[in-house]
Design a protein around this ligand. Structure first.
Ligand SMILES: Nc1ncnc2c1ncn2[C@@H]1O[C@H](COP(=O)(O)OP(=O)(O)OP(=O)(O)O)[C@@H](O)[C@H]1O
Ligand SMILES: O=C(O)C1=C[C@@H](O)[C@@H](O)[C@H](O)C1
Ligand SMILES: [Mg+2]
Length: 171
């Protein structure tokens, strides 16, 4: 296994599941939000505040392209498909995995996550977050090669399910 890409809404577990998958598969984790923070030496909320979302989306596109040319588990940010160039790119990429969850689960995780700050969710109402998810959900499904339901599953269970599905696809 050379490369796989995790997509899904904020809070679906792309970064945490990506970390476990990269260990299990013995390939690097390419965490796009983290790469952007390292390259700019700024936090994501600061980039949104000081430079704006459009600037963030440009950087996100650049790190995605760079990662797609590398070996590893790519943990995208939740808004990766807001850029149509990324949609096209990922449609022609193999092993794109959508972590699909219910809005109530995702909202609870986002609200309880004290580590990651999410400028497009932290100050939003539940209705606003649900609407953003509704606007994105078709695109996640359209781009994905594999859809994994995350409800009531631990990070290890999801990791195992992904590894099993990837094995099945090889057969
Ligand atoms: N399967 C799971 N069971 C319980 N908690 C989980 C699970 N997956 C992720 N979490 C928790 O949910 C929160 C969000 O996870 P994570 O940061 O991995 O989401 P993400 O998809 O990377 O979000 P973003 O798009 O904002 O980067 C974290 O606190 C994480 O520990
Ligand atoms: O869903 C989104 O638009 C985002 C998700 C996060 O991963 C970060 O990429 C950023 O907070 C924007
Ligand atoms: Mg993440």
């Amino acid at each position: 296994m050379k490369q796989l890409t995790l997509i899904g809404f904020m809070g679906s577990g792309k970064s945490t599941t990506g970390q476990m998958l990269s260990k299990e598969l013995g390939i690097p984790l390419l965490e796009l939000d983290q790469m952007i923070e390292e390259e700019t030496k700024m936090s994501i909320p600061d980039i949104f505040d000081l430079k704006g979302e459009a600037y963030f989306r440009e950087l996100e596109h650049i790190v995605l392209i760079k990662s797609l040319n590398s070996r590893g588990v790519i943990a995208t940010g939740g808004g990766i498909l807001t850029n149509s160039k990324n949609v096209e790119q990922l449609k022609s990429t193999r092993n794109v995995i959508y972590l699909k969850g219910k809005d109530s689960t995702l909202i609870e995780r986002i609200k309880n996550d004290s580590v990651n700050k999410r400028p497009l969710a932290d100050t939003s109402t539940e209705l606003e977050i649900t609407k953003r998810l509704e606007n994105r959900v078709n695109q996640y499904e359209e781009v994905a090669d594999i859809i994994i339901e995350i409800e009531n599953k631990s990070i290890s269970e999801i990791t195992l399910e992904i590894m099993n599905q990837l094995e099945e696809m090889k057969e």
